[in-house]
Ligand binder design. Structure first.
Ligand code: SF4
Ligand code: SF4
Length: 727
């Protein structure tokens, strides 16, 4: 005992927390251990129960699939259930028969779980013969030299972590050789009442060391350290003796050390024991393997030894049967699947066990919803503690005891407050995931608050919230993916449709145009131009022509300016120039019209076709007036003929004569137009569409003039008639 331990033990009666000076990690508690209740007796002889209940789901991972049928006889070590080919690597371990017998049923049974859930179980009825298949794993006695070889063997042996976690051992081992430098053997059985590891070290020390050597050599470790609490002196002595003997037998074994550690709960925790033995502090959320460490329970190492050397699968384990309610606690190598009730019946219960048994120790153990549940590979203790009068829970007084006791350095009081208020985000921020549910905080709380229960509930809620959020996120992603797919398909459809339309459009353009098609198109264009021109009045056409001329002149002016290096200005300037050109064109057209009108008023209509006025309407009017003058002269002559012709006849003759004259004038103008050389396209020499339109306009004007002349003639006749009647 070092100086620190001596001082701590002296001060402890006055100040109990001085014991914390004995270990490195923070917190921890010193409960009543009561281990002598089970260690005072030797290991109980093998028990053959009436039935064995073998759950298909394991502590971790998927359920195994049964490969036997109801009514089938099986032998000890025979494979009963295994992983299928699909989920072989999803943490599933096989189940082997613990003894020979008949598969009586495959039915749901209550599992040893706090929730009381049921799951499919193989019910094996032992026949008492215990016939076994030797070396069912078909080993040759040689130790695996590589991690993968060891992992494969452990997978088929069905070995899982027997310290309580239940993680499949094959999945825990690294594939890389040399990644682990130190193998730590956990012999610090810190929970009160439990003594199975202690007894195992006392009875199977050599097997444990050999299992450790097999594992360490396959993984390429450099040393093996075994941590044992100093309240197990027998185990320490026997383990040391076995290590020494092994080292003497074989010089090739790796160095083996035993390190005594203080008896404090929870020294058996991985973080706490590693810190105590090596001084290394494992990171939150990290793995010990990443820091070159691997920790294994003594029972697991013994199972590895049996599997590698004898080819035995894991079908039994050492279990402590103890508690205040039992007269005679003990440890027993119980077959997996043995019901709790059969074990406690052997330990002479002080009173009928009508209260829930506990699987595990009093600190971290779980009360069973049904006492007829089976021993699992992770079951280290069956505890029969009659329920005590529950102390009334009181409000938190903020004493901080829970904080001092927490071995993980968490803030139990704050986690409790937020968990109570359902503020799970805040609870998560306080690193509740690191809580190992050791129960130290509850143990020391003077207000008797069941803190660990609040944390378990909060953890379950956080898991549910995360699962819900994950499901929602998944649904959202699927929805977005669906929308994206629909949009993409729509775009592809539209692109295909567009491509088809383009192909249809380009097909005629690419094909050689036929002569008839071109002719038809040209005829259509001409007809459209004619139609457009015919819809314009003669005045509009004149204005249009003048505008064109003005625009041309303006263009010429602009060109001249360009030639002189002057800029045409901005777009705005161009618009202004265009408007000005239009105005000039209109003014020019109006001036031309006024000039023509002046010419008509001053000069008589001439018969000279060469100098005929360009306005057909004016020409027609002039012709009509001429005809009317002539008719008027004739009428005057007729009126002087003293009644040789009646007035009505004279009127009719005058009208006909006027019409004839008008026709002659129209024909004469038509002939003139026909004889007049048409304006030709200066480039092609062909008559332009504009000329055609002009001719049509002229014809229309002639017709209109003839019509007006006839009307004038008619009015004159009517005037003459009225004069005759007044006489
Ligand atoms: S030990 Fe109990 S009373 Fe004290 S602070 Fe923690 S929860 Fe509150
Ligand atoms: S149960 Fe959790 S919070 Fe309480 S002492 Fe243990 S690790 Fe800390």
């Amino acid at each position: 005992m070092n100086l620190r331990a001596v001082i701590a033990s002296k001060i402890a009666p006055i100040y109990p927390m001085a014991k914390r000076w004995l270990h490195r990690f923070h917190g921890g508690v010193f409960p009543q251990y009561n281990k002598s209740l089970s260690t005072r007796n030797p290991i109980y002889p093998p028990l053959m129960p009436k039935e064995l209940i073998l759950p298909l789901p394991q502590a971790v991972g998927e359920s195994a699939l049964p490969i036997v049928k109801v009514g089938q006889r099986v032998l000890k070590n025979q494979l009963l259930a295994q992983a299928d080919s699909k989920n072989q690597r999803q943490l599933v371990v096989p189940i082997h028969a613990p003894t020979s017998g008949i598969i009586a049923a495959i039915e749901p049974r209550t599992l040893p779980h706090a929730s009381g859930m049921q799951a499919l179980c193989l019910i094996l009825q032992p026949d008492g013969q215990n016939q076994a298949i030797d070396n069912v794993l078909q080993v040759d006695g040689h130790w695996p030299k590589e991690p993968q070889a060891l992992k494969d063997l452990l997978l088929h042996s069905g070995i899982i972590g027997m310290g309580g976690a239940g993680f499949p051992t094959y999945a825990k081992l690294p594939q890389q050789k040399g990644k682990i430098t130190t193998l730590v053997i956990n012999g610090a059985e810190c929970e009160p009442f439990i003594s199975c590891d202690d007894l195992l070290m006392q009875t199977q020390a050599k097997s444990i060391w050999l299992g450790a050597q097999i594992t360490a050599q396959a993984l390429g470790c450099q040393k093996i350290i075994c941590g044992i609490e100093n309240n197990k002196p027998k185990a320490i002595a026997l383990m040391q003796a076995a290590a020494d003997a092994l080292a003497k037998e074989d010089n090739d074994v790796l160095p083996m050390h035993i390190q005594q550690v203080a008896t404090v709960y929870p020294m058996g925790g991985q973080k706490q024991l590693v810190l105590e033995i090596t001084g290394l502090e494992l990171e939150s959320g990290g793995h010990a393997i990443d820091q070159g460490l691997l920790m294994m329970n003594v029972a697991t190492l013994r199972a590895i030894y049996r599997a590698v050397v004898f080819g035995e699968p894991l079908t039994s384990r050492l279990v402590t049967v103890s508690g205040e309610g039992l007269e005679d606690g003990f440890n027993i190598d119980a077959l997996i699947g043995t019901p709790f009730t059969e074990l406690t019946a052997l330990a002479k219960p002080k009173s009928p066990i009508n209260y829930p048994l506990i699987m595990g120790g009093p600190m971290m153990g779980v009360q069973m919803p049904d006492n007829h549940v089976p021993v699992l590979k992770t079951t280290n203790c069956v505890l029969a503690n009659p329920p005590e009068a529950r102390q009334m829970q009181m409000p938190c007084i903020r004493c901080g005891e829970c904080m001092d006791a927490c071995p993980i350095n968490l803030l139990p009081q704050q986690m409790y407050w937020h968990a109570q208020g359902h503020e799970y985000a805040k609870v998560e921020k306080l690193n509740i995931k690191d809580c190992i549910e050791c129960g130290c905080c509850s143990y020391v709380c003077p207000s008797h608050i069941p803190l660990v229960q609040y944390y378990r509930h909060a953890k379950a809620e956080i898991r549910a919230i995360k699962a819900d959020a994950q499901a929602k996120e998944l649904a959202k992603q699927r929805h977005e993916f669906r929308l994206e797919r629909i949009e993409r398909e729509k775009a592809e459809r539209e692109a295909r449709l567009k491509a088809k339309k383009e192909a249809v459009k380009q097909a005629p353009a690419m094909a050689p145009k036929s002569a008839s098609g071109a002719a038809q198109a040209a005829a259509k264009a001409r007809a459209a131009a004619k139609s457009s021109a015919s819809n314009m009045s003669a005045r509009d056409k004149a204005i249009q022509a003048a505008q064109a001329a003005a625009a041309k002149q303006q263009g010429q002016t602009d060109n001249d300016k360009k030639t002189k290096g002057q800029s045409l200005g901005t777009a705005k300037d161009k618009v202004i120039a265009s408007d000005a050109a239009k105005k000039r064109a209109q003014a020019a057209a109006q001036a031309a019209a006024a000039k023509r009108a002046q010419n008509r008023a001053v000069a008589p209509v001439t018969e000279d076709l060469q100098v005929a006025p360009p306005n057909a309407r004016d020409k027609a009017i002039a012709a009509a007036k001429d005809a009317a003058n002539k008719i008027a002269t004739q009428t005057t002559d007729l009126s002087s003929n003293d009644g040789q012709i009646s007035p009505a006849l004279a009127k009719e003759q005058a009208r006909k004569a006027a019409i004839a004259k008008a026709r002659e004038a129209a024909l004469a103008h038509k002939k003139t137009d026909a004889d007049t050389p048409k304006l030709a396209n200066p480039q092609t020499g062909e008559p332009t569409e504009t000329n055609n339109a002009r001719q049509k306009a002229i014809a229309a004007a002639k017709a209109a003039a003839a019509k007006r002349a006839a009307k004038v003639q008619s009015e004159q006749s009517d005037s003459m008639d009225s004069k005759d009647s007044s006489r």
